[in-house]
Design a protein around this ligand. Structure first.
Ligand SMILES: *Cc1c(COP(=O)(O)O)cnc(C)c1O
Length: 479
């Protein structure tokens, strides 16, 4: 009889299970281009019927894989589709999955340096690579997080601690009214309440107006408050706008404010030297959010933060405990738990490290630059479609537009633009989503998946052209 408390799997069983999973996973990825760019997500009764208690007895793997790959995974936005041009596309480079398998089976403890110094050094190397690509100085320290939201959160905590100390209630944070909502959420989690966050108006290209920023800071100082931080965005989620990073850096230097740049969408474009003018001033930030699971094409689960004065990040998180081994020399070795809120954690460094090792930085840069070029081409062709107006040309690889015709009311335009995105997405070749900005509904195209190539741009342009024409015909001849 089997011993119920023995939870180990034999090498043969592990190999068989691994092969079964690998076969399914590889077949799934290989079919990415033939899956609809958006699966159905409205079978509410099926989702209700899925609620189930934990099984008392072991189940077999194969039927579970069949349910996952044949029924449940397809009911989703197909984020691995080459036609996924919605929101901010993720990636899913395959070596990351292999790295996760290694990390999970080796299961070493990488929260503290001393428990696995060589492995932690690989993670430190990854952060140094990001530091160099972003042209940050040697003093920089960073943190791999689960995503951009947690990177923004840790940036606000470090800035608050450095700038305000314990007197946090007077502190005021500034960001454009296009800032990602994770910044507002993070501010609150960091003790900066909504009444201490100032939304700054934007210009016609959706970039923060620095004159209005200066006015807001002056007003708060006059009222006895303590401005401490400006969050600018290198590529907004709505329209891809890049705030005037250089001018904001100047202002923050004069006013002694912490300048954080949220580059969750856009920062990796700075890795390409020829694109750096698009992000001028980015290397001057006090801290920077990057999202490897967006701009570096990794699977979901990896964000990153860089802090120019690494000591400030460390000061916010440093902690000792009587049961822990001694800390390393902070000036030489990196200790993740001394630079972030977590102790036990996975090993996010390995998935980045293995992807960069197996592809090389040059190919990653070539792919990043290609996404920008594809977006520029798509915007030019889509702007030429009758009835389409480009509201936000691509500053990086994201642009926004709406549909119009003579005599159209704003409400009718909004409804038509929504309908255009839904009809194009229903065709299955590309998935598009919109946003509301400057009081109107905008369609968006964001090119950031490494799988998106010329063929998907052709499909996107053709489907938008045909569906726009159909909508305009219906508007001209209502039944
Ligand atoms: C995606 C995004 C975030 C949030 O990052 P997550 O990885 O989803 O947590 C923050 N800011 C911007 C500009 C983003 O595009």
């Amino acid at each position: 009889m089997t011993d119920p408390a023995d939870l180990e799997f034999s090498p043969d069983v592990m190999r068989a299970m691994g092969e079964a999973v690998l076969a399914r996973a590889v077949a799934h990825v290989a079919s990415a281009a033939s899956q609809p760019a958006c699966g159905r997500v409205d079978a509410l009764d099926e989702y209700r019927a899925m609620r189930a208690p934990a099984p008392e007895q072991p189940a077999a793997l194969e039927p579970l894989l069949a349910q996952l790959f044949d029924r449940w995974i397809p009911q989703s936005f197909t984020t691995i589709s080459p036609g996924y041009l919605a929101y901010i596309p993720g990636g899913g480079l395959f070596p990351a999955a292999l790295a996760d398998l290694i990390a999970d089976t080796a299961n070493r403890f990488t929260g503290i340096w001393l428990a696995a110094p060589a492995l932690v050094q690989l993670e430190a190397n990854v952060l140094d690579w990001f530091r160099d690509w972003m042209q940050f100085p040697e003093t920089t320290r960073g943190l791999l997080t689960t995503g951009g939201s947690m990177a923004n959160f840790n940036a606000i905590v470090a800035a608050r601690e450095r700038q305000l100390g314990p007197d946090i209630r007077r502190g005021v944070l500034y960001a454009s009214n296009q800032v990602h909502h994770s910044v507002l959420k993070s501010a609150k989690l960091a003790g900066i309440m909504p009444d201490r966050v100032r939304p700054i108006p934007v210009d016609e290209a959706f970039r923060m107006r620095t004159a209005e920023l200066a006015d807001a800071v002056a007003r708060d100082r006059a009222a006895g408050l303590t401005p401490f931080m400006v969050v600018s965005t290198a590529g907004t989620t709505n329209t891809g706008a890049v705030d005037p990073l250089d001018a904001i850096a100047d202002f923050c230097a004069d006013e002694r404010l912490w300048h954080h740049v949220d580059g969750a969408y856009g920062a990796f474009f700075h890795a390409c030297p020829e694109l750096r003018p698009l992000l001028a001033g980015l290397p001057r930030a006090d801290s920077l959010t990057l999202d490897p699971h967006k701009g570096l094409f990794l699977p979901y689960g990896t964000g990153a933060l860089l802090v120019r004065d690494g000591a400030a990040l460390r000061a916010a998180h440093e902690a000792d405990a009587p049961y822990l081994p001694p800390m390393p020399d902070a000036s030489e070795f990196y200790d993740p738990s001394q630079h972030g809120p977590e102790l036990s954690r996975g090993f996010p460094g390995l998935r980045v490290w293995l992807c960069v090792q197996l592809l090389g930085a040059a190919r990653l840069r070539a792919a990043i630059a290609e996404k920008r070029a594809l977006a520029v081409e798509a915007a030019r062709r889509i702007a030429a479609i009758p009835g389409i107006v480009l509201d936000a040309p691509p500053q990086l690889s994201l642009f926004a537009f709406h549909l119009t015709w003579p005599g159209a009311s704003p409400d009718a335009e909004n409804a038509a633009t929504r309908s255009l995105l839904a009809r194009v997405t229903a065709r299955g070749r590309v998935m598009l989503t919109g946003c509301t900005a400057a009081g109107r509904f905008l369609g968006r195209v964001c090119v950031l998946s490494f799988r998106t190539r010329h063929a998907q741009i052709d499909a996107c342009v053709q489907d938008l052209a045909e569906e726009s024409a159909a909508i305009l015909r219906e508007a001209a001849h209502p039944h």
